[in-house]
Design a protein around this ligand. Structure first.
Ligand code: PEP
Ligand code: MG
Length: 838
């Protein structure tokens, strides 16, 4: 919290103003009055030493705002600042705001956690209500932006950076929340413009303002900053963007971010069809959950200061509640699932909500509840006006936190979601907080009339393992309380009044799914060995350092694919050798001796980097990607390899090249490895005696010529995502050909077999690191064809290990032989289902 020092010639005046400010801001505002001289016979005057001590007493890294009455108070304060250690001086702001009104406004702003610049801005606007009342022009009005403070040597001109947003959901609520948090940590005025749509600029202090820019994946934003820490704040935002704004990498997030695929439904009379939101099947009586509107007390509003204090108290109450929900969800379902509650807290600190509520209370004399409710409605409306359905859905989040505050304000808080008994919870919609409070032992399933599969409630239901169907329409609300239903989170259906046979069928599939997931998690740390004793390494695909923690927790024996793109994407210059070394080393340390395959940079025509300009390509997937690109920029590859070699001197790190087509490419890459090794050694660094190297087999030519590569590598890792796209000529991201791009196609399986056959005489390890490795139906076939390492996103690891343990290789080989003779992926799936699905 920003500290406040009130310097007056009179100790009595300073004390009195402090008393008033505490009355408004709350007793725990960090505030120190200082006045008079430290001499018994000189009660009036100012003393630099006393001011210095007062600053030290309220010091925090958030900074200190000093308000002074007149003349020598300013001089004494300047001297007091001189007495501070140099690194603290820049965080003390001497403010010209009116002494009394400024102190009160500053106390209120400091208390809600606003930054130093914002607290000063509030103080300066302290005269506005009085001036308005008297009908005279005033200093900047409440909420108006003041020029940022200028510190010696600070950037006064505007600095800008451009970032392209790679997050699959764009700058959604959690990502925007992280940007707002990063911006708030610096003394700078930060504004963001969506360059692609032209929307903006929006102040980075406001989550609502940033969120409603509607920034989607692939769009470009400009971040502009002025003020003392303009450079630093832009660096911090750049780094945050490079980390995907704190989102998990696509693969780790996929398990909870991605709704289950829509499966074909066998329609039964009376069945309600919605969208599958969380997998699993459940049977139970309907339990309606109804949210009643919160009644606001009738009657006139109290004094504005009283109403404002009540609202602040309610906000603080809601913040405490949100934090405890966040911690509970993080414990149960992980940090990613809990991140939405950070955004919820930011909503409550957001000036876009607070300023209109404050204005309505102080200037229009409205009560806290009504002022707050209309501010919430207005902000929710601006989210609802966005085109993107995901961002539009954030209106519900704003309304949810708004409601939490109203519940605290009216004493309705504490009325938690409660059910008449165990069953399937039916609601119009659920807030994330409601969903987070669900107990899977009592709530067997969730069925809602509204909501989409990417809503935070759906994400939370997935992470809590509760089957859920959303978007069922109002019909679901008409199903009587107590009616037995079957809820199917795979097909997205709800069947009221099932017959005995339907109930038995649902119960057995529910049980089968639940027990297999639970058993898989329980045995996740056990090794994975087939029934006939063949060990199989189950590894993790990771896309950033944090994923390594999740990989170890999920039971990964190694990292089969480190996608190093995380260090290169979302920034405007190359990461240096040291930065790369630090990142790779950090991951290796988390892995604690488990081996890791580091894939060199795999970008190109489809994933362009602004600092590696490339000519436009009509068919980027067939253009200069992966190793092809690295060989056109050997210095980039050489830098990355130097970092990898330094880490490999201390940890079991292997290097893998992506998108290799010809032996010549591999040999060129190996030459660069040797050059990098000489560079490191010449600089006095250490390198491993032997660096194990391999290639991704993801181009049909490489699979068919695997024997020519085999003598020059230590392993092959098959990238079935690209291998399927090239073998089947079906672009991997194009949903119109998604049905064709199934990697279980016999043609792809033949390429897997060709690769394994070439590896066998030299006893090379063959792995699969494409999505097919996570398909439990494919696991027996891949092992039968000679694959001995399966690498996938962490959430899939327990399931894969469990699948491996039930493989009998002899039977699997027989089935694989038949599969290779079939003519479609669908036929292979049908065969594998009948042979392996129990
Ligand atoms: C693949 O192509 O299967 C693979 C694992 O690489 P990426 O998905 O990163 O292209
Ligand atoms: Mg690939």
């Amino acid at each position: 919290m920003v500290g406040i020092v009130l310097v007056s010639h009179s100790a009595k005046l300073a004390d009195g103003v402090a008393e008033l400010a505490r009355e408004m801001g709350g007793a725990d505002v960090s505030l120190e009055p200082v006045g008079g001289l430290d001499l018994p016979d000189r009660p009036v005057g100012t003393d630099a030493v006393l001011v210095h001590q007062a600053i030290e007493r309220v010091w925090s890294d958030d900074g200190v705002l000093v308000l002074m009455d007149l003349g020598s108070a300013v001089l004494s304060t300047e001297m007091a600042v001189e007495m501070l250690p140099e690194d603290r001086r820049g965080r003390v702001l001497l403010c010209e705001a009116p002494f009394v009104e400024g102190a009160i406004a500053a106390a209120v702003a400091a208390r809600v956690g606003r930054s130093l610049g914002e607290v000063a801005e509030e103080a300066r606007g302290g005269l506005a209500p009085k001036a308005d009342h008297l009908g005279v022009p005033s200093a900047p009005p409440i909420g108006a932006r003041a020029e940022p403070e200028k510190a010696p040597g600070a950037a006064v001109e505007e600095l800008t950076i451009r970032l392209s947003i790679e997050n699959p959901l764009g700058l959604h609520a959690r990502a925007a929340a992280r940007l707002v948090q990063a911006a708030a940590a610096f003394e700078a005025d930060v504004r963001v413009t969506n360059l692609t749509t032209g929307r903006g600029p929006a102040g980075a202090r406001s989550l609502n303002a940033i969120g409603t820019l509607g920034v989607l994946q692939g769009q470009e934003i400009e971040v502009a900053a002025t003020g003392p820490h303009a450079t630093e704040v832009l660096e911090a935002i750049r780094a945050l963007a490079a980390e995907g704004f704190g989102d998990l990498s696509t693969e780790s997030a996929a398990a909870i971010e991605t709704p289950p695929p829509v499966v074909e439904i066998e329609l039964i009379e009376g069945m309600l069809v919605g969208l599958p939101a969380s997998p699993g099947v459940a049977v139970g009586p309907v339990r309606h959950f109804v949210t009643t509107d919160i009644e606001l007390p009738p009657g006139p509003a109290a004094e504005p200061a009283e109403e404002w204090a009540a609202l602040e108290k309610a906000i603080e109450g809601a913040v405490v509640e949100i934090r405890s929900t966040r911690d509970a969800v993080a414990d149960r379902a992980g940090r990613q699932a809990a991140a939405i509650f950070e955004a919820h807290e930011l909503f409550l600190r957001d000036e876009e909500l607070l300023a209109p509520a404050r204005k309505a209370i102080f200037e229009e004399g409205r009560g806290a509840g009504r002022a707050w409710r209309s501010a919430v409605e207005r902000v929710a409306e601006s989210w609802r006006a966005l085109e993107d359905p995901y961002l539009r859905a954030r209106a519900a989040d704003v309304e949810a936190v708004g409601r939490q505050v109203l519940a605290h304000l009216t004493g309705a808080a504490g009325a938690k979601l409660s059910l008449a008994g165990p069953g399937v919870l039916v609601a119009r919609d659920l807030t994330p907080a409601d969903t987070a409070g669900l107990d899977p032992d009592v709530v067997f399933g969730v069925a809602t009339a509204l909501g989409g599969p990417t809503s935070h409630s759906a994400v939370l239901a997935r992470s809590l393992g509760i089957p859920a169907v959303v978007g069922l329409g109002s019909q679901i609300l008409e199903v009587q309380d107590g009616t037995t239903v079957v809820i199917d989170g795979f097909s997205g259906t709800v069947l009221p009044n099932p017959d005995a046979e339907q109930i038995a069928g649902a119960q057995s599939s529910a049980e089968a799914f639940r027990s297999s997931e639970a058993a898989a998690r329980a045995e996740a740390s056990e090794p994975s060995v087939t029934l006939d004793g063949t060990p199989v390494e189950v590894a993790a695909n990771i896309g950033r350092p944090e994923d390594a923690i999740a990989a170890v927790a999920a039971g990964a024996e190694s990292v089969g694919l480190l996608r190093t793109e995380f260090l290169f994407i979302g920034r405007d210059r190359l990461p240096g050798e040291e930065e790369q070394e630090a990142a790779y080393r950090q991951i290796a340390e988390v892995l604690g001796g488990r081996p890791m395959i580091l894939r060199t940079l795999d970008v190109g025509g489809d994933k362009p980097l602004p600092y590696l300009p490339m000519p436009h390509e009509a068919n980027p997937f067939l253009g200069v990607r992966g190793l092809r690109l690295s060989l056109t920029r050997p210095e980039v590859l050489r830098t990355q390899l130097r970092a990898a070699l330094r880490v490999a001197a201390d940890h079991p790190v292997r290097v893998m090249f992506p998108m290799v087509t010809t032996l010549e490419e591999l040999m060129d890459a190996k030459t660069i490895v040797e050059e990098a090794r000489s560079d490191v050694e010449a600089a006095g660094g250490r390198t491993p005696e032997q660096l194990e190297m391999g290639i991704m087999v993801e181009i049909p030519a490489a699979a068919l010529s695997a024997a020519t590569f085999a003598p020059h590598v230590q392993f092959f890792s098959i990238g079935t995502n690209d291998l399927a796209q090239y073998a089947l000529a079906a672009e991997r991201g194009n949903e119109r050909v998604a049905g064709l791009a199934d990697a279980l196609h016999p043609a792809v399986l033949r390429l897997v077999r060709a690769t394994a056959a070439a590896a066998e005489p030299l006893d090379l390890m063959v792995g699969v690191c494409g999505e097919l490795a996570a398909d439990t139906l494919a696991v027996p076939l891949l092992l039968a064809l000679g694959v001995r390492e399966l690498s996938a996103s962490s959430p899939a690891i327990p399931r894969i290990k469990r699948a491996v343990r039930s493989v009998d290789l002899r039977t699997a080989r027989e089935v694989a032989e038949q599969a290779l003779e079939l003519d479609s992926a669908a036929a292979v799936r049908a065969l594998a289902t009948s042979a392996f699905a129990h």
